[in-house]
Design a protein around this ligand. Structure first.
Ligand SMILES: [Fe+2]
Ligand SMILES: [Fe+2]
Length: 442
């Protein structure tokens, strides 16, 4: 009896000590969250690889255990912080039906967000629209791009190929960036690849990892992962981590790119930050990246590689080892001739205006002093994707279509490498027919 009483006494002594220790640990990590209001800020959807679930992440000044409420259900958040005076929360909405609108709000106690709605994307839908950007930040041009995205009621998601907020160690920049995008990010998911600016002085990738995901949940796939959409499989890779053959990322890419059912999903797009092909004089082509991964992309018939890093717009022809594989017809390309590489680092950072001269043969279109975004539409009836490069002044810079079917007439035009061969075909056909007729007469 005496022994039990002694144990209980020791336990009672230890309990407050244990609490004090854990509080102290948290205090050291992010002391600024001890006090502060718990009003949700920086709310953003974080798409999972399951269309029936959706994560939502938000920040509060003070610590709290948060919740998400959706369609009459509730889930408690994981709460965490890093070396910055904000607490972060991530909660998962489950049981969602693709194509059916969801209404939700996040918060705790008396501090709740507005209600927002989103529609989980049905991977088997016949129509899909999205926006792709890179090199964003919070300049006035960047905000013009953000405003255009917020005003777009048809886009179902946004992809961002790296260099996101340009916080570069100043963590309040992330807070401002997320608050500015909130009107879009609460309604449609943004999917990101990491750029060199996500590797921050004094912080490394920690802010990116905490703000786009939570510790230990899906972090293992955060730098390279994929998502399935109607007609399009999207792979997000990191040019900021080891991608050489034999690396974990290379092995994953090889397996992932080879595992797509191209009957169900005709198009395969890779998003990464640094470009394999760029004729901008500021950074130019990332040759080590090309040497390491281009063969893999060609072998697995990647259709498009969407990069940033150089702050200009450039589209290549379908290309392999710097050789143009095909020139399509009237800005329309058929699949299977090698990837088209895009540099779209035009979403707000200062333009890099100096270009390599002469323009390399593989470069189909380039533009060096405008800002904007690209908009993409997949049509499941015709099985084609059309991309449009929009400038912030409302004009269109570039437009092209990629289709699954061969382009009629194109092969004749390039027959045996003789341009214009197609125009000779009707004459040859007439000659053939009259030869046949004269044979019959004999
Ligand atoms: Fe950049
Ligand atoms: Fe960059």
């Amino acid at each position: 009896m005496r022994t039990i009483a002694a144990c209980l006494f020791i336990l009672l002594l230890l309990m407050p000590l244990a609490q004090a220790q854990s509080l102290n640990e948290a205090f050291q990590e992010c002391p600024g969250t001890i006090v502060g209001n718990t009003e949700p800020q920086q709310i953003h959807l974080q798409v999972t690889d399951n269309p029936a679930t959706m994560n939502v992440i938000w920040a509060t000044e003070g610590r709290a255990t948060g919740e998400v409420e959706w369609n009459g259900q509730t889930a408690v958040s994981s709460d965490y912080c890093y070396n910055h005076d904000m607490a972060f929360h991530m909660a998962t909405m489950t049981g969602l039906i693709p194509g059916e609108e969801v209404t939700y709000r996040v918060g705790s106690g008396n501090s709740w967000s507005n209600e927002y709605t989103f529609t989980p994307i049905d991977p088997d839908a016949l129509h899909f629209e999205w926006i792709a950007i890179a090199d964003h930040g919070e300049s006035s041009e960047g905000m013009d791009v953000s405003d255009a995205i917020i005003a777009d009621n048809d886009a179902q998601l946004v992809t961002l190929s790296g260099d996101i907020s340009y916080a570069d160690g100043e963590q309040s920049t992330w807070d401002i960036w997320f608050d500015y995008q909130e009107d879009s990010m609460t309604e449609i998911p943004w999917l990101t690849a990491v750029g060199n600016h996500e590797n921050e002085p004094g912080y490394g990738f920690t802010p990116y990892e905490h703000r786009f995901d939570s510790d230990g949940q899906i972090e293992s796939e955060i730098f390279w992962y994929s998502r399935q959409y109607p007609g399009v499989h999207m792979v997000f890779m990191s040019t900021e981590h080891d991608y050489e053959p034999g690396s974990e990322q290379y092995t994953w890419l090889n397996q992932e790119l080879g595992s797509i059912d191209r009957e169900r999903t005709p198009f395969l797009i890779v998003h990464g930050h640094k470009p394999m092909y760029s004729s901008n004089s500021y950074h130019g082509s990332e040759v080590e990246l090309r040497d390491a991964l281009e063969d893999l992309y060609v072998e697995h018939e990647v259709d498009l590689v969407i990069a940033g890093h150089d702050h200009f717009y450039e589209r290549t022809w379908p290309v392999s080892s710097e050789s143009v594989m095909n020139k399509g017809m009237d800005n329309r390309f058929a699949q299977g001739h090698g990837p088209i590489h895009l540099v779209i680092g035009i979403a707000g950072r200062s333009a890099y205006e100096e270009l390599d001269e002469p323009q390399p043969e593989w470069s189909a279109f380039r533009e060096n002093s405008t800002y904007g975004w690209t908009r993409w539409v997949y049509d499941g009836e015709t099985r084609e994707i059309t991309a449009t490069h929009h400038r912030i002044d409302g004009t269109i810079g570039d437009q092209f279509t990629l289709q699954e079917a061969p382009i009629i007439g194109e092969s004749e035009n390039e027959f045996l490498g003789v341009p214009g061969f197609g125009s000779l075909l009707p004459i040859l056909a007439m000659l053939g027919a009259s030869l046949n007729e004269s044979r019959k007469e004999k």
